[in-house]
Design a binder for this molecule. Structure first.
Ligand code: MBD
Ligand code: FE
Length: 309
């Protein structure tokens, strides 16, 4: 069929009626958004001459993606989650907010309610023989003031790139903790160096990426929510330097400011001091939080999360 078969005013009228614009009831914001998305979609179908087969293949794809609970994975994979970050960055800039540790995507694998501890924690349960990682730092305001009692909610994958809860072989909340900073704003944890995540083989996400000539790998990373009363909640990650996918993240989460140096500690004295018997990795990373101000775009995002069983 040729493209551009339908007049624009026909599309406009159809979208308006389908979105209930001629009805008094309903949610005005929702109607406005649905109207726009429908009109844009019909225009795209017409301009691209999307065939019936292509259309229904797309619907079948999305149906299966929904059944497999993959929308949270497709969204970062098609850059939309990073795009939302860029919008929030720019909205903050326009609101006069500056400084602070840069944000990056949350991703789909957070579980609320991880165990809480004060000052320090061990994240791994000892069953994964990965390289030991000590990570420590301070949470401060942008003016440099240490923030005592801030919560560092940290989660990361194991050496297989898998996350507890989603990986039934791991114990509940393995590699997930909430650490309250000490009186000097300090946090520290012992864990294992994660490996990068890969989209599940055969998943709808992987199929789409493959069809676009892309891969579904992330570089090794550690996620954080950092929050404290009076400050804007930070959602971010650090990447493990040297990873093959560091600048080729399928989820577009890497940012240059979030690649701390990884020290490999081989000094016998330091190793023994920590009760270890082999070299380990150490990362120092401070988080800087912006003070909350009235009227600024919210950084606390209402988002459904999987619940711990
Ligand atoms: C992850 O671990 C992740 O952080 C993102 C954004 C997507 C898939 C897996
Ligand atoms: Fe992740």
């Amino acid at each position: 069929m040729p493209a551009n078969l339908i007049k624009r005013d026909v599309v406009t009228a159809l979208a308006a009626r389908a979105a209930g614009l001629d009805q008094p009831a309903g949610d005005p914001r929702l109607k406005h958004v649905v109207n726009r998305l429908l009109a844009d979609l019909m225009v795209a179908i017409d301009e691209l001459d999307i065939s019936m087969d292509e259309f229904w293949r797309g619907i079948a794809y999305l149906t299966q993606a929904g059944k497999q609970n993959e929308f949270g994975l497709i969204v970062p994979g098609i850059v939309l989650e990073h795009f939302l970050d860029l919008r929030l960055d720019e909205a903050e800039r326009r609101a006069g907010l500056a400084g602070g540790t840069v944000r990056t995507i949350e991703g789909p694998l957070y579980i609320a309610g991880a165990p809480v501890s004060k000052g320090e924690a061990r994240l791994d349960d000892g069953t994964d023989d990965g390289e030991v990682l000590f990570m420590e730092g301070q949470v401060r305001g942008v003016s440099g003031e240490p923030i005592a009692g801030a919560v560092v909610d940290v989660w990361h994958a194991n050496t297989m790139g898998n996350y507890s809860h989603f990986d039934p072989t791991q114990a509940a909340f393995n590699l997930r903790r909430r650490i309250e900073t000490d009186k000097d704003g300090g946090y520290r944890f012992r864990s294992i160096v994660p490996n990068g995540y890969a989209c599940p083989p055969g998943s709808q996400t992987e199929k789409l990426l493959q069809a676009m000539g892309r891969h579904g790998n992330r570089p090794a990373h550690v996620h954080f929510f950092v929050s404290a009363p009076g400050y804007r909640k930070l959602t971010t990650q650090i990447n493990i330097d040297g990873d093959k996918y560091l600048h080729d993240d399928f989820a577009f989460g890497t940012r240059d400011e979030l690649i701390p140096r990884v020290d490999r500690i081989t000094d016998a004295g330091e190793i023994h001091k920590l009760g270890l018997n082999k070299a380990f990795a150490r990362i120092r990373f401070d988080f800087s939080l912006i003070k909350e101000v009235a009227g600024a775009p919210a950084t606390i995002v209402a988002r459904e999360h999987a619940e711990a069983a």
